[in-house]
Design a protein around this ligand. Structure first.
Ligand SMILES: Nc1ncnc2c1ncn2[C@@H]1O[C@H](COP(=O)(O)OP(=O)(O)OP(=O)(O)O)[C@@H](O)[C@H]1O
Ligand SMILES: [Mg+2]
Length: 437
């Protein structure tokens, strides 16, 4: 028997005993009156607690369970225990839910949850950026009303989600490329996952361009070479003609060699994750080397000056820096017509070692400036080809300078000349005590 019945029986027994005692002392009428009054009081207490319980169940609030004595105290205590257990369970579920939301928010992918009618139930911050959504405003809206791109609408409505859809982003991401995949789950609900593949696409396009460029660059000398070979094989040529053809063939072979070695240098620079050394360069030797090369290439056709601070040096890989600075000097000579001036200087600006090459040459049109350091990019292909240029030099310069934390600045005016300035960081600038011999 549970304690409610036991307590009620005890109450009845006590009531009977009390009434019997009162009947024996004061008569039956008094005993009945007492019994009625006690039952009424019991009923009133019951009604009071029922009312309290009713109100509590109407607007339940954890922590507001009333206290009482007797059977009602037992009931309230059990109610309190139940509420406490439920409260704990709800808190666990809420914490789990919050962790789950945090995990999806932290995902680098966009996640949108759609209900059975393709209305947005929830979406994370990345998906809002990808699709230009606004979470509180757009919740419960049809996704196709907000993302109206025909390809997306067709993809979502087609219910064929084996492959992903490539589409442009929206809002701030409109210049990006998204890979969107729908995953059905539960009862006709869907997850829309979006992934920004702009970088991937760009790298892929670069790879395609690169292969096309290399093939194109090698094709021309190869075609010329094959043409000469056929001529030599099929035509009876004099010794002098043969010599001339052989010289032209050697020129084309040298050009191909120049392209391949440039590509190898680039590949090596890109694949080398080791930082260039911390050894200070023998800068006077580097500058002397640059000067000799410049004078040899010019062959006296230009006025060349070198104005260098011999006490100034930088730390890094000597061969890389020599090749980068050498390309700038070579370019100045190559792209400056006979009689022009080339001024090379090596000096310090605000603690930074700075190398500058100015020429009075052809200059570079404004539109080409931003693309100069791309592989194979030449302002005027035919002119550059005449001078043996492959368009790889400045790409190598860019890589070498990046590896040395140095900056390249190009100033140019078409028809008037250019200045290429390389600024090394303070951390790589070294000042020698004695000037070099
Ligand atoms: N000083 C300059 N004056 C005018 N144009 C320049 C100058 N330096 C570079 N350019 C232009 O920039 C292009 C790219 O130069 P870059 O050094 O990368 O290649 P290149 O000189 O053609 O070939 P490479 O250096 O591989 O032999 C050149 O083809 C040329 O059109
Ligand atoms: Mg060059």
């Amino acid at each position: 028997m549970n304690s409610i019945w036991a307590r009620f029986l005890v109450f009845l027994v006590l009531l009977l005993v009390l009434c019997a005692a009162v009947a024996a002392i004061a008569g039956l009428q008094a005993a009945l009156l007492l019994a009625v009054l006690l039952l009424l009081a019991h009923g009133l207490v019951g009604a009071f607690h029922q009312q309290r319980l009713w109100r509590l169940l109407d607007t339940p609030a954890y922590g507001e369970i009333p206290s009482a004595s007797g059977a009602w105290g037992e009931i309230y205590y059990r109610l309190y225990r139940l509420a406490k257990r439920w409260h704990g369970q709800i808190r666990d579920v809420e914490q789990q839910h919050a962790r789950f939301i945090q995990a999806i928010q932290a995902s680098p992918n966009g996640v949108v949850m759609l209900d059975e009618r393709d209305r947005i139930e929830w979406c994370n911050a990345i998906s809002q950026a990808h699709f230009g959504l606004d979470a509180p405003r757009d919740l419960h809206q049809y996704m196709t009303h907000l993302v109206r791109q025909p390809d997306f609408v067709r993809y979502l409505n087609a219910h064929q989600y084996a492959g992903a859809l490539l589409m442009p982003g929206m809002g701030e991401a409109r210049h990006n490329v998204l890979s969107v995949q729908v995953i059905p789950y539960g009862e006709r609900r869907k997850l829309v996952l979006s992934h920004d593949i702009t970088e991937l696409e760009r790298t892929d396009a670069m790879r395609r361009d690169f292969v096309a460029n290399v093939s194109h660059e090698l094709k021309t000398p190869l075609t010329v070479l094959t043409g000469f070979l056929e001529t030599m094989r099929e035509l009876p040529l004099s010794v002098a003609e043969q010599q001339r053809y052989l010289a032209l063939m050697a020129q084309q072979a040298a050009r191909m060699q120049h392209i391949v070695s440039g590509l190898l240098v680039l590949a090596q620079l890109e694949g080398d994750s080791r930082l260039p050394g911390e050894q200070a360069l023998e800068m006077h030797a580097v500058l002397r080397h640059l000067r000799e090369d410049a004078e040899n290439l010019s062959g006296g056709r230009h006025r060349i000056t070198f104005d260098c601070d011999e006490r100034l040096s930088v730390t890094g890989a000597e061969s890389e820096i020599l090749s980068a600075l050498g390309n700038l000097v070579t370019n100045a000579i190559r792209y400056t017509p006979e009689g022009g001036a080339i001024d090379v200087s090596w000096y310090e600006v605000k603690g930074c070692a700075t190398f500058a090459v100015s020429d009075s040459g052809l200059g570079i049109p404004m539109a080409d400036m931003s693309r100069l350091t791309e592989r194979f990019y030449r302002v005027d292909r035919s002119r550059s080809r005449d001078t043996g240029g492959t368009g790889l030099g400045l790409a190598i310069v860019k890589h070498v300078l990046q590896r040395h934390d140095a900056r390249l600045e190009i100033k140019s005016e078409e028809g008037r000349g250019s200045t290429f300035t390389v600024q090394f960081p303070v951390a790589r600038t070294v000042r020698c005590e004695t000037p070099a011999a």
